[in-house]
Ligand binder design. Structure first.
Ligand code: NAP
Length: 275
């Protein structure tokens, strides 16, 4: 079991690994797990990080905060709709003030989806998906840049999707956003490397969260997912959050610009029969 010592700059383990602190995480969450953001907050806070998270729902946030406090986690929060430009600015001003202008980690996790054939998207639905899934991540990264740079060692992790790598038929608007995020990951890795800021993305396949609960409850769809996935099951939130944490640790200090699938082997399976 690793033990972490916290001082003003670093959270260190006795093995010499270190997790820079303070470590805000700019990611929406919801009241009860399973949501990825909840697992990510707990993963990082469990490693000794100081986390700032956000959600649109104040009551749910407060419930989570109470729970995290009893677990001894250092988490603060903002109510924020990340699809709204002004709220994003307010959020980052709060973050700057809470962490004295220095940020080690930014996690862009907010996401939504509307599953329907491409020609059926209304302009409003398209706009909701683009602003929530892509514009928010782009703008929050812009706003976070000076803070990440000031910290001297920054890490940005985007929560993408395998839908940004292969065609899945789950909604082209969201999939296109994830594809854009993947390229943003690569470009920022090169643009911001001079500032010692790494950028990576994790690309999950089906993970048991409220976003896809209705899909996984459908026996026929679940069977298809299981049949197509080499590891023959959907993933757990913890299986994504552990990779996110790794990408924030010095153990990953030479990894940048990568989009890493967390998909039970889905994206490497050409036509291998799974019996
Ligand atoms: N679960 C999967 O199978 C899967 C697969 C691939 C990729 N992903 C990606 O993983 C990320 C997290 O998804 P999840 O599975 O945890 O989904 P989820 O259970 O629906 O949670 C999505 C989170 O995004 C937040 N959110 C959505 N719109 C927001 C907005 N405008 N402002 C602030 N927060 C907003 C919600 O927070 P509030 O409602 O509390 O505001 C919620 O906590 C998403 O980017 C998603 O695309 C998930």
């Amino acid at each position: 079991m690793r033990k972490f010592r916290v001082n003003s700059q670093l959270v260190k383990s006795h093995k010499g690994d270190c997790l820079p602190a303070p470590i805000p995480i700019i990611t929406p969450k919801a009241y009860m797990p399973p949501v990825l953001s909840h697992a990510i907050v707990e993963e990082l806070a469990g490693l000794g990080a100081i986390v700032h998270t956000c959600s649109r729902n104040e009551d749910e946030l407060n419930c989570c905060l109470g729970d995290w406090m009893t677990k001894g986690f250092q988490v603060t929060e903002s109510v924020c709709d990340v699809s709204a430009q002004l709220q994003r600015k307010d959020l980052m001003e709060t973050v700057s003030s809470v962490f004295s202008g220095k940020l080690n980690i930014l996690i862009n996790n907010a996401g939504t989806n509307i599953r329907k054939p491409t020609i059926e998207y209304t302009a409003e639905e398209f706009s909701t998906i683009i602003t929530t899934n892509f514009e928010s991540a782009f703008h929050l990264s812009q706003l976070a840049y000076p803070l990440l740079k000031s910290s001297g060692k920054g890490s940005v992790v985007f929560i993408s999707s395998v839908a940004g790598l292969v065609a899945l038929g789950i909604g082209t608007a969201s999939a296109a956003c994830k594809g854009a995020i993947n390229q943003l990951t690569r470009d920022l890795a090169c643009e911001w490397a001079k500032d010692n800021i790494r950028t990576n993305a994790v690309a999950p396949w089906y993970i048991k969260t409220s976003l896809v609960e209705h899909v996984l409850k459908n026996k026929e769809l679940l069977e298809k997912i299981t049949y197509r996935t080499p590891l023959q099951r959907p993933g757990e939130p913890k299986e994504v959050s552990s990779l996110v944490a790794f990408l924030c640790l010095p153990a990953s200090s030479y990894i940048t610009g990568q989009v890493i699938p967390v998909d039970g082997g889905l994206t490497v399976n050409g036509f291998y029969p799974i019996l």
